[in-house]
Design a protein around this ligand. Structure first.
Ligand code: ZN
Length: 146
């Protein structure tokens, strides 16, 4: 969980989506993904109006987003999402032990960039010459027994 706050406003990690002008954040208050139009360069923190439907106490102040190069698809499985009946509870301003457990869980966070293994491919070796068979073989003295 990224518990950073700036001036009482939470700071969330932003993830890329298929749309290069969009940033996605996982919201640990309403346990959903919110999408925002990107207004700043990557790694530049900017301020956004909250899309949160759970209406936390900081809702009117919005939140900060720090966009990263990590795609939402890579971290989607790490995100805890509210089930439909949990959404109805959150909309009603209620909670449940399951919701609280999901809210306390670790939020998705940026991953190291994907390694392009093609850059690390072994150097191509020169074509090897065909095997050279010996043209003469060692000779042994004949058996002198007979
Ligand atoms: Zn939210």
């Amino acid at each position: 969980m990224n518990d950073e706050y700036i001036g009482g406003v939470p700071l969330l990690w932003g993830f890329t989506t298929f749309n290069p002008m969009e940033v996605a954040v996982h919201c640990r208050w309403c346990l959903a993904w919110h999408h925002h139009g990107l207004t700043a360069l990557h790694n530049a923190i900017d301020y956004y109006q909250a899309h949160c439907y759970a209406r936390p106490e900081w809702y009117d102040r919005g939140y900060w987003i720090r966009p990263t190069e990590t795609s939402m698809d890579r971290v989607y499985k790490q995100s805890r999402l509210a089930r439909p009946y949990e959404v109805r509870l959150l909309l009603a301003g209620k909670t449940s032990p399951t919701i609280q457990r999901k809210q306390a869980a670790r939020s998705p966070r940026p991953l190291p960039p994907v390694v392009d293994w093609a850059e690390y491919r072994r150097e191509k070796l020169p074509p090897s010459a065909p095997p050279q068979w010996p043209t003469s073989y060692p000779t042994f003295p004949d058996d002198e027994d007979d």
